[in-house]
Design a protein around this ligand. Structure first.
Ligand code: ADP
Length: 488
């Protein structure tokens, strides 16, 4: 490779196909691939969790190991490097039994703080060890937020210290907050960083994300609207002042999806794959198969509303439960796929029990069923309280499923409200966080579906034609990397 090739190291806590709990896992998979297509050299650095599927574990090769100091006492910890390559993207998985042998990536903050202090430091150490020095270390969310800080402190005089850093906010709600002494101990970072401009959050607490945001050369987040929102009290999760202070280096770049992975024409998980030419007819087939699989009344004329989501407050589920009975009528079915807060899990189970054959609450994480819902549902509900970008509405559109969303964050930037007078728009939206407004949006969608099927069909086609790929956004990231490369 020539010297001009841009080298990017991605550092984050999850990436499909190794481990995925939400949108971060999708982005860590899709963006490196898009950058590779743009000619970049890309490595993705992840923990080698024990929950990584055996099939993938059997494909990695051991690249070496060394001992690394961590903590105030300078204890030595083992760092193993397991490597594999998928379609030109190199994955370096950091092996350490003490930190990564749990079943899930996230096991509670008390353990997660040491785990991701170790991970962030080891990520930079392996780049030096492999003698692969990136132009930019692109870090993701609070789990990788110590990387920009280590880069300018412990690693400043080492080869990787030449790299620039970007920290991307995928969700500001999670920040890695703990006692000052806990972070001081595990990070081993010097005392002067534990003041208000960097890690200190209150007299007792330190905040990992806050420190990383202060030290990163650039901050990005996953939509332009969210970049503005997080500088306000309502969306800022108590970091709005900090982000406003650093706004000069903050930019919103909207996420895309991997259009090869999410391709209704080649998706082998679908009972009846389809494209724009036959979506209207094949969607009915997928709907019937979905109804059959989930024990719903099999009837292609029902209006099927889908929800694929972590079941947490963020996702606007209290709006859905508040008007659930009104949304349902004998022409409508609802399919829910998600896990999370027991309050919502139980509410949706209750609706399933009280409406057999009409509601299905599938309380699990199930990749294959998610594909079938994207293909078989008519519309997808995303009424979030806040939504940095949101991927489910993008996948839905790609599969010709009409999004019904609240106008916040990336939902606002990616879904154009349908206007019944001009016939323009590709989804149904509402602005304020109110259940009656969600119900109104659902009613408006039903009116088109049942009474103006030709208009509904054109919305479906319009959705499928929308460019939701990474291409445009990957180029925006590339511009940012180029700009950082030339920074002295
Ligand atoms: P977030 O990152 O906040 O969870 P996003 O909309 O950005 O939300 O991304 C969610 C991703 O996780 C999508 O790819 C969606 O299909 C997937 N997903 C969410 N819940 C489930 C589930 N229960 N089963 C399968 N996939 C799910």
């Amino acid at each position: 490779m020539s010297e001009n090739v841009t080298r990017i190291a991605f550092v984050g806590s999850e990436s499909y196909p190794f481990v995925k709990t939400g949108g971060l896992g999708d982005v860590m998979y899709a963006l490196p691939r898009a950058l590779r297509r743009e000619g970049c050299e890309v490595r993705v650095i992840l923990p080698y969790y024990s929950c990584i599927p055996e099939k993938l574990k059997s494909q990695v090769t051991w690249k070496g190991s060394f001992m690394m100091d961590l903590c105030l006492g300078g204890q030595s910890y083992f760092v193993g490097i397991m490597e594999t390559e998928i379609d030109g993207v190199i994955y370096d998985l950091i092996d350490n039994q003490e930190f990564f042998s749990w079943g899930n990536p996230y096991t509670g903050l008390w353990e997660d703080i040491p785990k991701y202090c170790y991970f962030s430091k080891a990520a930079l150490a392996i780049l030096n060890y492999l003698d692969w020095i990136p132009d930019v270390v692109h870090c993701h969310d609070w789990q990788a937020a110590l990387v920009p800080v280590y880069l300018r402190t412990s690693f400043a005089g080492t080869p990787v210290g030449r790299a620039r850093s970007i920290l991307t906010i995928h969700n500001l709600r999670f920040q890695g907050i703990c006692g000052l002494q806990h972070l001081k101990y595990w990070s081993g970072l010097p005392d002067y960083l534990f003041d208000y401009p960097v890690f200190k959050q209150s007299d007792e607490d330190a905040n990992m994300f806050k420190g990383g945001l202060a030290y990163a050369d650039r901050i990005t987040t996953v939509s332009a609207t969210y970049a503005e929102e997080i500088q306000t009290d309502f969306y800022g999760e108590r970091l709005n002042g900090h982000l406003w202070y650093h706004r000069g280096k903050l930019k919103g770049i909207v996420n895309g999806i991997d259009v090869d992975l999410w391709n209704s024409r080649t998706d082998h998980l679908l009972p009846a794959p389809y494209g724009e030419d036959n979506v209207l007819e094949k969607k009915k087939e997928n709907k019937r198969a979905l109804q059959e699989r989930l024990g719903l009344q099999v009837d292609e004329n029902k209006y099927v509303l889908g929800l694929i989501s972590r079941l947490t407050d963020q996702k606007g589920l209290d709006l859905i439960t508040a008007v659930f009975q009104q949304m349902l009528d004998d022409r409508t079915q609802v399919v829910i796929l998600g896990t999370g807060d027991p309050l919502y899990e139980d509410s949706f189970r209750y609706f399933e029990n009280t409406h057999p054959g009409q509601v299905c609450a599938y309380i699990k994480y199930d990749e294959s069923l998610s594909h079938q819902i994207y293909a078989g549902a008519d519309a997808l509900l995303v009424p979030s309280l806040f939504e940095p970008c949101g991927l489910t509405q993008l996948i839905a559109m790609r599969y010709g499923t009409v999004p019904i969303v609240r106008e916040t964050g990336g939902l606002k930037d990616t879904v154009e409200p349908f206007n019944e007078f001009t016939g323009e728009g590709n989804g149904f939206t509402f602005d304020r966080y109110r259940a009656d407004l969600l119900l109104d949006a659902v009613e408006r969608s039903k009116a088109q579906y049942f009474d103006h099927r030709d208009v509904w069909n054109s919305i479906v086609l319009w959705d499928m034609a929308k460019d939701v790929s990474w291409e445009h956004s990957a180029r925006q990231y590339l511009d940012l990397y180029e700009e950082l490369k030339t920074m002295s």
